[in-house]
Design a protein. Structure first.
Length: 54
């Protein structure tokens, strides 16, 4: 039974990692994509404006 206690933590970590990757992939795009893209564009425009003022 020592092998079960030795293998359990890596298996649990692998399951959580897979769940994390699935969650990240599912949340890409979707209904919030336009808002996220607009935010990134606004930040980039603000950064360009600030460097242009210097």
């Amino acid at each position: 039974m020592d092998y079960v206690s030795a293998l359990l933590p890596p298996v649990v970590m692998a399951a959580f990692f897979i769940a994390l990757i699935v969650t990240i992939v599912k949340t890409q795009g979707g209904s919030n994509k336009a808002k996220e893209d607009a935010y990134v564009d606004a930040v980039a425009a603000d950064a360009a404006r600030r460097t242009g003022d210097a």
